[in-house]
Design a protein. Structure first.
Length: 272
């Protein structure tokens, strides 16, 4: 009986072998995660560490950057190294935009002040011309240079002379009262036509035009204008405003100009 029992135990497969799990259960049929998920999770972890490392390497702390700059200055023997945020090798303008903006505003403000003074000069002279009916004899205009007051030589001088006639002195006296209101430099310029002149006093139109400008300057000084603010010039026949081929054009070219220059007014305003 004992032998029969032992034989039966040897023949029983359940007593000798352990059941092998099915392959489908290993691949995912069981309750746990599949084996490939472990490898995938490890790969994702490695990639995350790799990108964190790259980010850390691309970020330079301020203290580390300052140490690098100081090291470069010592090694290269230079005093200026491009700071953070500047393009390497590019010379940057040290001035900030704020001073430039204030400078631009100051220039615009000065230009507005100069324009206001020019407008007042032109307006006052035009009022004088209208009130005294001097149209055609005295004109005023604004140009790129400044305010230009033009006086016909027929009003001031006889032909070939540089001494003011009484009527011319009266007109210049009224004009001087207007000019006294403005404390700016005045440039007085004499012009002639191209008709030649040759006298002991005036060998050419150069001398005639300059003498006429000087005569106007002397008159304005006698009326109280500051001689330091006055300049006399003569251009002869070389700055015509009309043709010299007829009498009407030559009459326009014979003139004296009183000029308030923009630049001179600006200089005075800046000093105030």
């Amino acid at each position: 009986m004992a032998e029969d029992k032992a034989a039966s135990e040897e023949e029983s497969p359940s007593a000798l072998t352990t059941p092998v799990p099915d392959e489908e259960e290993e691949e995912g049929g069981g309750s746990g995660a599949p084996r490939w998920m472990t490898t995938f999770a490890d790969l994702m972890t490695l990639l995350l560490c790799f990108f964190v490392l790259l980010f850390a390497m691309s970020t330079i702390q301020d203290e580390v950057f300052k140490e690098i700059i100081q090291s470069l200055r010592t090694a290269l023997g230079v005093q200026t190294i491009p700071e953070a945020g500047t393009r390497e090798g590019l010379i940057m303008d040290p001035s900030s935009p704020e001073p430039r903006e204030r400078q631009r505003e100051a220039v615009d403000e000065l230009g507005a002040m100069v324009q206001k003074e020019l407008d007042e000069i032109v307006s006052d002279v035009r009022e004088l011309v209208l009130f005294n009916r001097l149209g055609g004899m005295v004109e005023v205009r604004e140009s790129d240079v400044g305010a230009v007051i033009t006086i016909s030589d027929m009003v001031l001088f006889r032909s070939g002379e540089a001494t003011m006639v009484p009527e011319g002195r009266e007109i210049m006296g009224r004009l001087a009262e207007v000019l006294m209101q403005f404390r700016y430099p005045i440039r007085v310029v004499g012009h002639t036509d191209n008709v030649p002149i040759s006298t002991p006093l005036f060998p050419s139109n150069w001398e005639l035009s300059t003498a006429r400008a000087s005569q106007v300057v002397r008159f304005l000084i006698d009326r109280g204008l500051n001689p330091l603010m006055l300049t006399a010039q003569g251009f002869g026949e070389y700055r015509p405003v009309d043709t010299n081929d007829n009498a009407q054009g030559r009459a326009k070219n014979r003139r004296v100009e009183i000029i308030y220059e923009r630049a001179s007014i600006g200089d005075v305003l800046q000093q105030q």
